[in-house]
Design a protein around this ligand. Structure first.
Ligand SMILES: [Zn+2]
Length: 335
């Protein structure tokens, strides 16, 4: 039996703490090494960064078979750790010491621990993601086939549930005929994004403009009408930020009705904009337009914005080239 090694009173900490309710995802990592544990990672890597990390990378670490798969408990839920670049505030980071497929006994301990964590945090199996499944991560970590591993974890958890609950299970949701979004190939995901936009009456370009208008970045390709990795990552970021589908990881990354509704709520047309003498109209809808047409985002419909709107209008024969942000121009831009 593996044992818990409680390091929580000894590990380096940051000054701020979060509340447990902020945690919406569990991230699985591997160490990329055959052996080691918190202190070897800290001494050899994390403390060597400049500036050094204020905390280690993981809240808990499942050690190698050679170390009996003991579990190092490094941080409480309330401490943010440095596992997933730019995303850690809502993540509980767990690591397995391995540089190949997790061993069966490592998986058993990982599943056991993760089950406890998601029960504590009131999350679901689909809230458990590999490091490289989070937006904007360029890494092999956790080096496992995540769809398969998550499936195994799901099976493990259902088995556990039967033990606890009454064994009157109804087979539902996850056995539906359409594969869940999370399990699709990248190419399938992209065409699924197109379908989802279409269902909302939007072209891909309009969907991308809504994302940009809402403040998400599409720095390389912009609103090019072709969904790809950049668009997918922007959708995921938006959903995470607005806590959409965090309880239903199956569709994480697919711009379903609640995502579109939220986008439209943020990128909302307020009224016809004209140049009143002296004062320029201002508003959040103008900010959204400015993000799309690429001028300074100050929310003020001044001459620079009007000129950029005019040049946008010039690009489409269906639009009157008047520099006025009326319903036609708005509808063309955002649907
Ligand atoms: Zn990782």
């Amino acid at each position: 039996m593996s044992k818990i090694i409680d390091l929580r009173s000894q590990t380096p900490k940051r000054n701020t703490r979060r509340s447990k309710s902020q945690i919406r995802k569990v991230a699985w990592h591997w160490s990329g090494t055959a052996r080691g544990g918190f202190w070897s990672f800290w001494n050899n890597t994390w403390s060597k960064y400049r500036p050094p990390w204020s905390t280690g990378g993981y809240a808990e670490i499942i050690l190698s078979d050679a170390d009996n798969n003991d579990v190092e408990l490094c941080y409480d839920y309330e401490m943010v750790t440095n596992g997933v670049g730019g995303q850690n505030s809502y993540i509980y980071n767990m690591c397995v010491v391995a540089n190949k497929e997790f061993s069966p006994s490592q998986k058993r301990v990982l599943f056991e621990r993760t089950k406890k964590v998601i029960d504590d945090l009131n999350l679901t199996v689909d809230d458990v993601m590999g490091h490289n499944e989070f937006p904007g991560q360029n890494t092999q970590c956790p080096g496992q086939n995540m769809n398969r591993l998550r499936q195994e974890f799901k099976a493990y958890r259902e088995g556990e549930k039967v033990k606890v609950d009454r064994p009157t299970q109804t087979k539902s949701s996850s056995t539906g005929s359409t594969p869940s979004f999370a399990k699709m190939s990248a190419r399938q995901k992209y065409s699924e994004i197109e379908v989802a936009f279409k269902e909302a009456g939007l072209s891909v370009t309009q969907g991308q403009r809504l994302l940009i208008g809402a403040g998400e970045q599409l720095p390389r390709f912009g609103a090019d009408g072709k969904p790809g990795a950049e668009t997918l990552a922007a959708i995921e970021r938006f959903q995470l930020k607005h806590n959409i589908s965090s309880r239903n990881g199956n569709f994480f990354g697919r711009p379903g009705p609640s995502t579109i509704q939220r986008l439209r709520m943020i990128v909302r047309y307020v009224g016809v904009r004209r140049h009143d003498r002296g004062a320029y109209p201002r508003g959040t809808d103008i900010r959204a337009v400015q993000r799309v047409i690429g001028v300074t985002v100050d929310g003020i419909y001044g001459p620079q914005t009007a000129a950029a709107v005019r040049s946008y209008q010039r690009g489409f024969s269906s639009l009157t080239n008047d520099g006025i942000l009326g319903p036609a121009t708005w509808g063309h831009m955002f649907g």
